[in-house]
Design a protein around this ligand. Structure first.
Ligand code: NAD
Length: 298
Protein backbone atom coordinates (compact mmCIF):
# COMPACT_ATOMS: atom_id res chain seq x y z
CA UNK A 1 0.00 0.00 0.00
CA UNK A 2 1.17 3.53 -0.67
CA UNK A 3 0.70 5.72 2.37
CA UNK A 4 1.11 9.46 2.83
CA UNK A 5 2.03 10.34 6.43
CA UNK A 6 1.66 13.99 7.49
CA UNK A 7 3.05 15.15 10.86
CA UNK A 8 6.26 13.51 12.03
CA UNK A 9 6.54 14.72 15.62
CA UNK A 10 6.97 12.69 18.80
CA UNK A 11 4.15 10.33 17.79
CA UNK A 12 3.95 10.58 14.00
CA UNK A 13 7.59 9.70 13.33
CA UNK A 14 7.60 6.32 15.11
CA UNK A 15 4.15 5.47 13.68
CA UNK A 16 5.35 6.20 10.13
CA UNK A 17 8.54 4.21 10.75
CA UNK A 18 6.50 1.18 11.89
CA UNK A 19 4.43 1.29 8.67
CA UNK A 20 7.65 1.47 6.65
CA UNK A 21 9.11 -1.48 8.59
CA UNK A 22 5.91 -3.44 7.85
CA UNK A 23 6.65 -3.12 4.13
CA UNK A 24 4.39 -0.24 3.12
CA UNK A 25 5.64 2.55 0.85
CA UNK A 26 5.49 5.65 3.02
CA UNK A 27 5.80 9.17 1.64
CA UNK A 28 6.20 11.39 4.68
CA UNK A 29 5.90 15.13 5.20
CA UNK A 30 6.29 17.60 8.06
CA UNK A 31 6.70 21.38 8.08
CA UNK A 32 9.82 20.84 10.22
CA UNK A 33 12.93 19.93 8.26
CA UNK A 34 14.42 18.35 11.36
CA UNK A 35 11.42 16.01 11.65
CA UNK A 36 11.74 15.10 7.95
CA UNK A 37 15.48 14.41 8.31
CA UNK A 38 14.82 12.08 11.24
CA UNK A 39 12.52 9.75 9.25
CA UNK A 40 14.67 10.02 6.11
CA UNK A 41 17.55 8.61 8.13
CA UNK A 42 15.30 5.59 8.84
CA UNK A 43 14.78 4.95 5.12
CA UNK A 44 11.42 6.68 4.54
CA UNK A 45 10.81 8.85 1.48
CA UNK A 46 10.27 12.49 2.34
CA UNK A 47 7.89 14.46 0.11
CA UNK A 48 8.40 18.12 -0.79
CA UNK A 49 4.91 19.10 0.41
CA UNK A 50 1.70 17.56 1.74
CA UNK A 51 0.25 17.69 -1.80
CA UNK A 52 3.30 15.86 -3.10
CA UNK A 53 3.01 13.24 -0.33
CA UNK A 54 -0.60 12.31 -1.20
CA UNK A 55 0.02 11.81 -4.93
CA UNK A 56 -1.05 8.24 -5.73
CA UNK A 57 -1.64 7.39 -2.04
CA UNK A 58 -4.18 4.69 -1.14
CA UNK A 59 -4.26 5.99 2.42
CA UNK A 60 -3.37 9.27 4.13
CA UNK A 61 -2.55 9.40 7.84
CA UNK A 62 -2.19 12.63 9.80
CA UNK A 63 -0.75 13.19 13.28
CA UNK A 64 -0.92 16.92 13.94
CA UNK A 65 -1.08 19.00 17.13
CA UNK A 66 -4.62 20.42 17.23
CA UNK A 67 -7.95 21.10 15.47
CA UNK A 68 -6.72 24.18 13.57
CA UNK A 69 -3.85 22.21 12.01
CA UNK A 70 -6.13 19.39 10.82
CA UNK A 71 -8.81 21.71 9.48
CA UNK A 72 -6.16 23.90 7.80
CA UNK A 73 -4.49 20.89 6.20
CA UNK A 74 -7.56 19.17 4.73
CA UNK A 75 -9.91 22.11 4.13
CA UNK A 76 -7.30 24.80 3.49
CA UNK A 77 -7.13 28.28 4.94
CA UNK A 78 -4.96 31.36 4.59
CA UNK A 79 -2.43 30.57 1.88
CA UNK A 80 -2.73 26.79 2.28
CA UNK A 81 -4.69 24.92 -0.37
CA UNK A 82 -7.18 22.23 0.69
CA UNK A 83 -5.39 18.88 0.67
CA UNK A 84 -8.69 17.03 0.09
CA UNK A 85 -8.65 18.30 -3.49
CA UNK A 86 -5.36 16.47 -4.08
CA UNK A 87 -6.32 13.12 -2.54
CA UNK A 88 -7.47 10.41 -4.96
CA UNK A 89 -11.19 9.56 -4.94
CA UNK A 90 -11.75 6.36 -3.00
CA UNK A 91 -8.68 6.85 -0.79
CA UNK A 92 -8.87 6.44 3.00
CA UNK A 93 -7.89 9.24 5.39
CA UNK A 94 -7.07 8.36 9.00
CA UNK A 95 -6.60 11.32 11.32
CA UNK A 96 -4.91 10.25 14.56
CA UNK A 97 -4.46 13.74 16.01
CA UNK A 98 -6.39 14.58 19.18
CA UNK A 99 -8.83 17.30 18.11
CA UNK A 100 -12.42 18.45 18.67
CA UNK A 101 -15.02 15.88 17.60
CA UNK A 102 -16.84 18.68 15.74
CA UNK A 103 -13.73 19.31 13.60
CA UNK A 104 -13.46 15.60 12.74
CA UNK A 105 -17.12 15.65 11.69
CA UNK A 106 -16.65 18.81 9.60
CA UNK A 107 -13.62 17.37 7.75
CA UNK A 108 -15.39 13.99 7.31
CA UNK A 109 -18.35 15.73 5.67
CA UNK A 110 -16.08 17.59 3.22
CA UNK A 111 -14.16 14.36 2.57
CA UNK A 112 -17.38 12.47 1.78
CA UNK A 113 -18.31 15.22 -0.70
CA UNK A 114 -14.90 14.71 -2.35
CA UNK A 115 -15.39 10.92 -2.52
CA UNK A 116 -12.83 10.22 0.21
CA UNK A 117 -13.35 8.08 3.35
CA UNK A 118 -12.36 9.90 6.57
CA UNK A 119 -12.15 8.42 10.07
CA UNK A 120 -10.89 9.82 13.36
CA UNK A 121 -8.52 7.43 15.12
CA UNK A 122 -6.83 9.21 18.03
CA UNK A 123 -4.40 7.18 20.09
CA UNK A 124 -3.28 6.46 23.61
CA UNK A 125 -0.06 4.85 24.78
CA UNK A 126 2.45 7.68 24.57
CA UNK A 127 5.70 7.81 22.67
CA UNK A 128 6.72 4.43 24.12
CA UNK A 129 3.60 2.85 22.63
CA UNK A 130 4.18 4.59 19.31
CA UNK A 131 7.74 3.24 19.10
CA UNK A 132 6.75 -0.28 20.20
CA UNK A 133 3.71 -0.35 17.87
CA UNK A 134 1.39 -1.02 20.83
CA UNK A 135 -0.84 2.06 20.68
CA UNK A 136 -4.53 1.96 21.51
CA UNK A 137 -6.67 3.39 18.68
CA UNK A 138 -10.14 4.83 19.35
CA UNK A 139 -11.93 4.90 16.03
CA UNK A 140 -14.88 7.01 14.91
CA UNK A 141 -16.38 5.96 11.58
CA UNK A 142 -18.50 3.25 9.97
CA UNK A 143 -17.85 -0.50 10.35
CA UNK A 144 -16.70 -0.67 6.72
CA UNK A 145 -14.30 2.26 7.15
CA UNK A 146 -12.82 0.70 10.27
CA UNK A 147 -12.27 -2.61 8.45
CA UNK A 148 -10.46 -0.72 5.67
CA UNK A 149 -8.21 0.97 8.22
CA UNK A 150 -7.62 -2.07 10.45
CA UNK A 151 -4.64 -3.61 8.58
CA UNK A 152 -2.78 -0.29 8.87
CA UNK A 153 -3.81 0.39 12.47
CA UNK A 154 -2.61 -3.12 13.42
CA UNK A 155 0.91 -2.20 12.29
CA UNK A 156 0.97 0.74 14.72
CA UNK A 157 -1.16 -0.46 17.61
CA UNK A 158 -2.14 -3.41 19.77
CA UNK A 159 -5.71 -2.38 20.67
CA UNK A 160 -8.30 -1.09 18.23
CA UNK A 161 -11.65 0.07 19.58
CA UNK A 162 -14.67 1.15 17.58
CA UNK A 163 -16.05 4.05 19.63
CA UNK A 164 -18.95 4.89 17.28
CA UNK A 165 -19.59 7.13 14.29
CA UNK A 166 -17.14 9.81 13.13
CA UNK A 167 -16.06 12.04 16.05
CA UNK A 168 -16.71 9.33 18.66
CA UNK A 169 -13.03 8.38 18.75
CA UNK A 170 -12.23 11.96 19.76
CA UNK A 171 -14.86 11.96 22.47
CA UNK A 172 -13.44 8.73 23.95
CA UNK A 173 -9.94 10.20 23.74
CA UNK A 174 -10.75 13.40 25.66
CA UNK A 175 -12.51 11.39 28.38
CA UNK A 176 -9.36 9.28 28.70
CA UNK A 177 -7.02 12.26 28.70
CA UNK A 178 -9.09 14.14 31.24
CA UNK A 179 -8.59 11.13 33.52
CA UNK A 180 -4.87 10.96 32.65
CA UNK A 181 -4.37 14.67 33.39
CA UNK A 182 -6.10 14.29 36.74
CA UNK A 183 -4.28 11.09 37.72
CA UNK A 184 -0.85 12.56 36.87
CA UNK A 185 -1.54 15.43 39.27
CA UNK A 186 -2.81 13.04 41.96
CA UNK A 187 0.19 10.76 41.55
CA UNK A 188 2.57 13.73 41.65
CA UNK A 189 0.88 15.07 44.77
CA UNK A 190 1.22 11.72 46.56
CA UNK A 191 4.89 11.27 45.61
CA UNK A 192 5.73 14.86 46.56
CA UNK A 193 4.06 14.34 49.94
CA UNK A 194 6.01 11.14 50.56
CA UNK A 195 9.33 12.72 49.54
CA UNK A 196 8.63 15.74 51.79
CA UNK A 197 8.37 13.19 54.59
CA UNK A 198 11.70 11.63 53.71
CA UNK A 199 10.46 8.61 51.75
CA UNK A 200 12.45 7.26 48.81
CA UNK A 201 10.38 8.05 45.67
CA UNK A 202 11.24 4.64 44.15
CA UNK A 203 10.13 2.71 47.23
CA UNK A 204 6.97 4.79 47.66
CA UNK A 205 6.10 4.46 43.96
CA UNK A 206 6.48 0.69 44.10
CA UNK A 207 4.30 0.47 47.22
CA UNK A 208 1.54 2.52 45.56
CA UNK A 209 1.90 0.71 42.22
CA UNK A 210 1.09 -2.56 43.97
CA UNK A 211 -1.60 -1.04 46.19
CA UNK A 212 -5.01 0.49 45.58
CA UNK A 213 -3.44 3.68 44.20
CA UNK A 214 -1.80 1.77 41.31
CA UNK A 215 -2.20 3.47 37.92
CA UNK A 216 -0.58 3.97 34.49
CA UNK A 217 1.79 6.73 35.68
CA UNK A 218 3.10 4.48 38.45
CA UNK A 219 3.41 1.57 35.98
CA UNK A 220 5.18 3.31 33.13
CA UNK A 221 5.45 7.06 33.35
CA UNK A 222 6.52 8.08 36.83
CA UNK A 223 6.69 11.88 37.20
CA UNK A 224 9.65 11.70 39.62
CA UNK A 225 13.11 11.70 37.93
CA UNK A 226 15.05 8.46 38.16
CA UNK A 227 12.18 6.12 39.04
CA UNK A 228 11.56 4.93 35.46
CA UNK A 229 14.70 5.10 33.38
CA UNK A 230 12.83 5.62 30.09
CA UNK A 231 10.14 8.01 31.30
CA UNK A 232 10.37 11.69 30.27
CA UNK A 233 10.95 12.62 33.95
CA UNK A 234 14.33 10.86 33.74
CA UNK A 235 15.21 12.76 30.55
CA UNK A 236 14.68 16.29 31.89
CA UNK A 237 10.98 15.98 30.90
CA UNK A 238 11.71 15.72 27.17
CA UNK A 239 10.46 13.27 24.55
CA UNK A 240 6.92 12.69 25.80
CA UNK A 241 3.53 14.40 25.78
CA UNK A 242 3.87 18.17 26.09
CA UNK A 243 2.17 20.15 28.89
CA UNK A 244 0.60 22.38 26.24
CA UNK A 245 -0.88 19.34 24.44
CA UNK A 246 -2.38 18.15 27.74
CA UNK A 247 -3.71 21.66 28.29
CA UNK A 248 -5.31 21.53 24.82
CA UNK A 249 -6.98 18.18 25.62
CA UNK A 250 -8.31 19.43 28.97
CA UNK A 251 -9.65 22.49 27.13
CA UNK A 252 -11.45 20.13 24.73
CA UNK A 253 -12.93 18.11 27.60
CA UNK A 254 -14.12 21.25 29.40
CA UNK A 255 -15.65 22.69 26.19
CA UNK A 256 -17.40 19.39 25.66
CA UNK A 257 -18.62 19.30 29.29
CA UNK A 258 -20.05 22.80 28.86
CA UNK A 259 -21.80 21.79 25.63
CA UNK A 260 -23.50 18.73 27.16
CA UNK A 261 -23.92 20.29 30.65
CA UNK A 262 -21.77 17.61 32.33
CA UNK A 263 -20.11 18.19 35.70
CA UNK A 264 -16.31 17.73 35.49
CA UNK A 265 -14.89 19.65 38.47
CA UNK A 266 -11.59 17.77 38.66
CA UNK A 267 -11.08 18.15 34.90
CA UNK A 268 -11.56 21.91 35.36
CA UNK A 269 -9.11 22.01 38.25
CA UNK A 270 -6.57 19.97 36.28
CA UNK A 271 -6.87 22.37 33.32
CA UNK A 272 -6.22 25.32 35.65
CA UNK A 273 -3.12 23.65 37.14
CA UNK A 274 -1.60 22.75 33.74
CA UNK A 275 -2.35 26.30 32.55
CA UNK A 276 -0.46 27.75 35.55
CA UNK A 277 2.39 25.32 34.88
CA UNK A 278 2.51 26.36 31.22
CA UNK A 279 2.48 30.08 32.10
CA UNK A 280 5.40 29.40 34.46
CA UNK A 281 7.40 28.34 31.39
CA UNK A 282 6.87 24.57 31.28
CA UNK A 283 4.52 24.32 28.29
CA UNK A 284 7.11 22.55 26.13
CA UNK A 285 8.13 20.06 28.81
CA UNK A 286 6.42 16.71 29.25
CA UNK A 287 3.14 17.01 31.18
CA UNK A 288 4.52 14.89 34.06
CA UNK A 289 6.67 17.92 34.93
CA UNK A 290 3.51 19.22 36.64
CA UNK A 291 5.07 17.61 39.75
CA UNK A 292 7.31 20.72 39.90
CA UNK A 293 4.23 22.74 40.92
CA UNK A 294 3.77 20.46 43.90
CA UNK A 295 7.28 19.76 45.13
CA UNK A 296 8.71 21.33 48.25
CA UNK A 297 11.23 23.95 47.08
CA UNK A 298 10.24 22.90 43.56
P1 NAD B 1 4.40 17.11 18.10
O1 NAD B 1 4.23 18.56 18.37
O2 NAD B 1 5.63 16.40 18.55
O3 NAD B 1 4.28 16.84 16.51
C1 NAD B 1 3.40 17.48 15.64
C2 NAD B 1 4.09 17.65 14.30
O4 NAD B 1 3.15 18.16 13.35
C3 NAD B 1 5.27 18.63 14.35
O5 NAD B 1 6.45 17.98 13.89
C4 NAD B 1 4.83 19.76 13.41
O6 NAD B 1 5.92 20.34 12.68
C5 NAD B 1 3.87 19.02 12.49
N1 NAD B 1 2.93 19.87 11.77
C6 NAD B 1 2.11 20.83 12.25
N2 NAD B 1 1.33 21.33 11.26
C7 NAD B 1 1.67 20.67 10.13
C8 NAD B 1 1.23 20.73 8.78
N3 NAD B 1 0.27 21.56 8.39
N4 NAD B 1 1.80 19.90 7.87
C9 NAD B 1 2.78 19.04 8.25
N5 NAD B 1 3.25 18.92 9.52
C10 NAD B 1 2.69 19.74 10.44
O7 NAD B 1 3.09 16.42 18.67
P2 NAD B 1 2.90 14.88 19.11
O8 NAD B 1 3.34 14.73 20.52
O9 NAD B 1 3.45 14.00 18.04
O10 NAD B 1 1.30 14.80 19.11
C11 NAD B 1 0.54 14.78 17.90
C12 NAD B 1 -0.92 14.54 18.26
O11 NAD B 1 -1.04 13.31 18.97
C13 NAD B 1 -1.51 15.65 19.18
O12 NAD B 1 -2.84 15.88 18.79
C14 NAD B 1 -1.43 15.02 20.55
O13 NAD B 1 -2.42 15.54 21.41
C15 NAD B 1 -1.65 13.54 20.23
N6 NAD B 1 -1.06 12.59 21.18
C16 NAD B 1 0.21 12.75 21.65
C17 NAD B 1 0.73 11.81 22.52
C18 NAD B 1 2.14 11.94 23.08
O14 NAD B 1 2.48 11.19 24.01
N7 NAD B 1 2.98 12.82 22.56
C19 NAD B 1 -0.04 10.71 22.92
C20 NAD B 1 -1.31 10.55 22.40
C21 NAD B 1 -1.82 11.50 21.52
Amino acid sequence: MQIAFIGLGHMGAPMAINLHKAGHTVRAFDLSQEACAHVKAQGLTVAASAQDAVQGADAVISMLPASAHVEGLYLGGGKSPALLAHIAKGALVIDSSTIAAATSQKVAQAAAAAGVDFIDAPVSGGTGGAIAGTLTFMVGGSDAQLERARPLLEKMGANIFHAGSVGAGQTAKICNNMLLGILMIGTSEAIALGVANGLDPKVLSEIMRRSSGGNWALEKYNPYPGVHENAPASKSYTGGFGTDLMLKDLGLSQENATAVKASTPLGGMARALYAAHSIAGHGGEDFSSVIKLLQKNG
